[in-house]
Write a protein that binds this ligand. Structure first.
Ligand code: ADP
Ligand code: MG
Length: 695
């Protein structure tokens, strides 16, 4: 186990980072590479060749024999194909080689990755392109090169490219706005710290459950006698086995230069969390993908399975991922940190207003960015934010916005509190802003925390939405203010007008309250309850206009993405339904039949022996009735599955949502009741009590 002493040496030891680059690259090559990293300029062939050789030599010294272009296709996972460095020599031996061309570009076959219909129109071939803004690293004997993935004709097929484009967009517009405040900033970066929740369960339990194996979540399971009502798990002391897992996880993550910082138990039994220190969103996104992978692998070494599904257990808290987001200049100024001077406050309020307007105008996109079949079980359940997007800004900021809006009544307050003219915005104490855990999009003192993400999600998606939507609002603000005769007056007019127009999105109350749903409807906010309902809005005119204007997606790319997401939705449900049918037929029904057989036997024997008492026959008829229902409902599920319409993908999705899901619920209900009636030794797989309460 590691000691505090060797962490600095361990940290980033498997990463081709600044230190290694400085050490191993000629000065001019290093400078050129840094320029590319900073400004996104193209890299020339000779520079790439030198970098490639240095990378290869370093990787070989770390035990690598292969390299891989690591990319993030439209599925939730990352993809990789490994090639070795070996190249034959004349004398029949090999040498280790890696060219600039191999570093810059790869050509994986694109045809096995989702393309959302793009494949029909375009070539199947695709290519990967090196992303020099995220460091390469060595893992399991391979040099991993972070790359973007495109079709041969240039349409993007991954999640990294649009993220990089959205970062460009928000940077460009934020720089324009900062110029108005007299700041000459070259680049503004979106920063993110994702808090990752997960479950750890015993490997043996997992291996006995087909639902966990095939779908990542339990499709059956009665509530255990003890759940999370005692609230004894959150921040509770960590079990020694789990602590050992966490220690190794930290070590592994640190090697990859991932700033794993905080770890603790979560609300549900067996649920835990890891939070890294924030970084540039592109790197945060790569790191989060890597984190999820490392979590799964390290868990296995400790006899656990790490479940990243958003809702592995019904009736028990699901797992989320809190996306802490902010904007920062290249000098490290956090643009969402309330300032100390009047001018800084004006700037802060303008950025705050941009985020408020962005969240209100693009509620649907934010909702869509977290919409998956798995997350549908979580959003709106009692531990996660509702499916309605709203913002929490806290009482202090609310008072300030109110004052700005009600200029006539609160002139004095505006002047003093907002500090546009007179004094500074009071420091906003952090701990008064982070108390509303029910808000989907909460201001937490110097950043926004978007809490609707499911734990398995690639954080690129929501951040593409946030970056681009905020870029659009900043663009509009810059357009308006650049032409203003009196900047200060125009600025306050703009803030007042926009706050008034978009304050409906701000809700500082309890988001779990039913009254909020009615109130949100009155305010005209979206309540897109399911993925099936949310996804079609992706290609609504205002969203297409947003992404095309900022060069993040073309219309075709958006249509293909919508289609890929719709397909993923119903395919997920299809696998779940098939797994259910199989488990009922192969495991649950036979268990119920054996139990009934033994009961019937007992009833007969007792009768023969002339013993009174009919408890067994009462139980027998109850189990028998429920088993009949289970059998019927299972057949019905298969029926409806076989009658899936062959139409447009949206029709299939609606059918799965409206018909298949209720049919699945109808199978689960009697099965869960039977679990509580049928003797333990008959039940074919571990129950919630077994899985959630190990020592
Ligand atoms: P807590 O929520 O426990 O009070 P913090 O608010 O400090 O802890 O951090 C929660 C997460 O937010 C961490 O991952 C942290 O690195 C991240 N974070 C902090 N500041 C920023 C920022 N400016 N931009 C993005 N993420 C941030
Ligand atoms: Mg937090």
């Amino acid at each position: 186990m590691s000691t505090a002493k060797n962490v600095p040496a361990l940290f980033g030891s498997m990463v081709f980072n600044e230190t290694v680059m400085k050490e191993r690259l000629p000065k001019d090559v290093y400078r050129k590479l840094k320029k590319t990293m900073r400004e996104g300029t193209a890299i020339d062939a000779d520079v790439a060749a030198v970098v490639a050789t240095a990378m290869k030599d370093w990787a070989v010294s770390k035990g690598a024999t292969h390299y891989t272009h690591w990319f993030q296709p439209m599925t939730g996972i990352t993809a990789e194909k490994h090639d070795s460095f070996i190249s034959p020599t004349d004398d029949g031996g090999v040498m280790m080689e890696f060219s600039g061309k191999e570093l810059i570009k790869g050509e994986p076959d694109a045809s096995s990755f989702p393309s959302g219909g793009l494949r029909a129109t375009f070539e199947a071939r695709g290519y990967t392109a090196w992303d020099p803004t995220s460091y390469a690293f060595v893992k399991d004997g391979s040099l991993y090169i972070p790359t973007a993935f495109c079709s041969f004709t240039g349409e993007i097929l991954d999640k990294k490219t649009p993220l990089l484009r959205s970062m460009e967009a928000v940077s460009a517009q934020a720089c324009r706005v900062l110029k108005l405040f007299g700041k000459d900033v070259r680049r503004v970066t979106a920063t993110v710290g994702p808090e990752q929740e997960y479950f750890l369960i015993e490997k043996e339990d997992y291996a006995k459950r087909k639902d966990l194996i095939f779908t990542g979540r339990t499709l059956f399971g009665a509530k255990p006698p003890k759940g999370q009502e005692m609230e004894d798990h959150y921040f509770g002391s960590i079990r020694p086995r789990v602590a050992a897992f966490m220690a190794e996880l930290d070590e592994e993550l640190w090697k990859f230069g991932i700033f794993s910082k905080t770890k603790h138990n979560e609300v549900a039994p067996c649920q835990h969390e890891m939070a890294p220190v924030f970084t540039t969103v592109n790197i945060a996104s790569d790191h989060n993908q890597l984190t999820m992978e490392v979590m799964k692998r390290v868990a296995q070494k400790h006899g656990f399975i790490c479940l990243l599904h958003e809702k592995p257990f019904d009736g028990v808290n699901g797992s989320g991922k809190h996306n802490n987001w902010s904007l920062s200049t290249d000098d490290g100024e956090n643009l969402l940190e309330p300032g100390k001077t009047p001018s800084e406050n004006a700037q802060f309020l303008l950025f705050l207003t941009a985020v408020i307007k962005a969240v209100d105008e693009y509620q649907d996109l934010l909702r869509i960015s977290v919409a998956t079949a798995g997350n549908d079980h979580r959003l709106g359940a009692n531990e996660a934010p509702p499916a309605i997007v709203s913002m929490f800004i806290g009482d202090e900021l609310q008072a300030i916005l109110d004052a700005i809006e009600a200029e006539t009544d609160y002139t004095e307050m505006v002047k003093t509190k907002m500090g546009l003219g007179v004094s500074a915005l009071p420091d906003i104490p952090k701990d008064t802003t982070d108390r509303n855990r029910t808000s989907p999009f909460a201001f937490t003192g110097n950043k926004f925390e978007f809490r609707m993400l499911g734990s398995a999600l690639n954080i690129a998606c929501p951040n593409i939405m946030i970056n681009t939507a905020v870029a659009e609002e900043l663009r509009q603000f810059a357009d308006e203010l650049e032409g203003a005769a009196d900047f200060r007056a125009a600025l306050i007019d703009l803030i007042r007008r926009e706050v008034k127009a978009h304050k409906r999105i701000i809700f500082n109350g309890n988001g779990y309250d039913d009254a909020w749903i009615a109130e949100a409807e009155k305010r005209g906010l979206h309540n897109l309850k399911s993925t099936a309902e949310a996804l079609p809005h992706y290609t609504d005119a205002h969203n297409v206009e947003l992404f095309t204007r900022h060069g993040v997606y073309t219309r075709i790319e958006m249509e293909s993405r919508e289609e890929a997401l719709l397909e993923e939705y119903y395919k997920t449900l299809r696998i779940e339904a098939l797994t259910m049918i199989d488990m009922v037929r192969e495991e649950i029904l036979p268990a119920c039949i054996s139990f009934q057989h033994d009961l019937a036997e007992t009833v007969l024997r007792k009768k023969e022996a002339g013993i009174a008492g009919g408890m067994e026959s009462g139980l027998l008829s109850e189990v028998s009735d429920k088993t009949e229902t289970l059998y019927r409902n299972n057949e019905a599920l298969e029926q409806v599955l076989n009658h899936t319409p062959a139409g447009k993908v949206q029709e299939i999705v609606n059918y799965y949502h409206d018909v298949i899901l209720p049919a699945m619920d109808a199978v689960r209900a009697p099965a869960d009741q039977l679990e509580t009636l049928v003797g333990k030794k008959y039940w074919p797989f571990p129950t919630y009590s077994d899985i959630l309460f190990y020592v």
